[in-house]
Design a protein around this ligand. Structure first.
Ligand code: GLA
Length: 391
């Protein structure tokens, strides 16, 4: 798979621009183990990078144009560096174009570039295909213009922050920073415990296979659009709660202060939103302890609690995600939850390796029985490395 997409990016480059690429870069999609909708609340998250990645073949230009080709999409999009602005370009290329904009805003000297992308991160599956594109573009630009932003974790954190700016301010998607940090800062064999309050990270060893387990990603193939208002509405709820409580962020509420805090909120919806955020951050803390102790039973329990909280208090699940979660548990999973932003996308299930096939079958059967339009796609997630140069 990976070689196919890497080769596809290079072949597309030649076809779109002629001549040879100066190099090939890649950045991974991610799956979040736990810590959902807490990154924009200065919380804690725990993603892993996937082996699936977006590849970018690139070559500098002598002028101020950036051009983008993407496997599977017709034509080549182009924009002058000075014309990149909020909502501009209007098509998909605003994601990589935004990275140029954010780098320039941060004072980096970048010029024109020809880029060709191919990706094996499933699109619309909640596995951060757009952050993978941003990360691959950012890695290529950094290397080709000598910015050194892949040199160490601190530089990678800076590039991740700029990729998030690109997504927020140019692509106009109001996301937190988890996905870009995962693409740039995860390490193979580890989950990334990112503290979104200050950007600090701890690498937590995560080797499901060694424990006889599989982390199954179940792509529900159901509609998922972060821009459709649901995500922004949740952020707005959190911001209102912060204002009503006179805080800087919901992170400031300790678990044992939750009751007192929610008593001061103006309505029940905000109470449930805050309860999710505060309890979810605590579940991330407990998951890190569980992982360090090899206590996968506890990790599974925390997955289940996270799902219930996202479904009932945060209201970002959907019928397909609930079917996947419930069927995985009924089929023998140790724990399961929706992952990513929700409203469709993917669920994850932690399963004894011997039971993985049975769980997959149970999920497929449950989708058919529930009459969901599309059959889910499953992949076993293995924690892979971050964005970098391939060739
Ligand atoms: C999306 C966003 C992330 C994060 C998750 C929910 O993936 O891009 O920033 O908020 O949803 O945890």
């Amino acid at each position: 798979m990976a070689e196919t997409s890497a080769a596809a990016a290079s072949a597309l480059f030649e076809q779109a621009y002629g001549g040879s690429q100066a190099g090939l870069w890649a950045a991974p999609g991610r799956v979040n183990l736990i810590g959902e909708h807490v990154d924009y609340n200065a919380g804690l998250v725990l993603p892993i990078a996937l082996p699936q990645r977006a590849y970018a073949a690139a070559r500098p230009r002598a002028d101020r144009l950036v051009r983008f080709a993407s496997a599977g999409l017709p034509g080549v999009a182009e924009v002058d560096l000075d014309d990149i602005a909020p909502g501009r370009p209007a098509d998909w290329s605003r994601y990589p174009a935004g990275v140029f904009w954010a780098l320039r805003r941060a004072g980096h000297d970048v010029g024109g570039l020809d880029l060709a992308f191919a990706s094996d991160v499933p699109i619309g599956a909640g596995l951060s295909s757009s952050a993978a594109i941003e990360g691959a573009a950012g890695a290529a630009v950094s290397d080709l213009f000598g910015l050194g932003l892949l040199a160490d974790d601190a530089s990678r954190a800076e590039l991740a922050r700029l990729c998030q700016r690109a997504e927020n301010e140019i692509a106009l998607a109001p996301t937190g920073g988890m996905d870009q940090a995962a693409a740039l800062r995860c390490q193979a064999g580890h989950a990334l415990n990112l503290d979104c309050r200050d950007g600090a990270v701890a690498q937590i060893p995560f080797d499901a296979a060694a424990a006889g387990l599989v982390l199954l990603v179940i792509d529900t193939k159901s509609a998922h659009a972060l821009g459709d208002g649901g995500y922004g509405a949740r952020r707005a709820d959190c911001e209102q709660a912060v204002r009503e409580l006179g805080l800087h962020s919901l992170r400031e509420i300790a678990p044992d202060e939750l009751g007192a805090a929610v008593a001061n909120l103006s309505n029940d919806r905000l109470r449930r939103r805050v309860r999710h955020v505060v309890t979810e951050i605590e579940r991330v803390r407990r998951s890190v302890v569980a992982l360090r102790a090899g206590d996968f039973a506890l990790l599974g329990e925390l997955f289940d609690l996270s799902h219930a909280s996202l479904r009932d208090d945060y209201e970002v699940s959907c019928p397909e995600l609930n079917t996947a979660q419930e069927a995985a548990l009924a089929g023998g999973a140790i724990g399961a939850r929706m992952t990513g932003g929700g409203f469709g996308g993917s669920a994850i299930a932690l399963i004894e390796a011997a039971a993985a096939g049975a769980v997959e079958d149970a999920v497929r059967a449950a989708f058919a029985a529930a009459g969901h339009a599309r059959s889910p796609a499953c992949l076993a997630a293995v924690p892979a490395g971050p964005a970098g140069r391939i060739a």
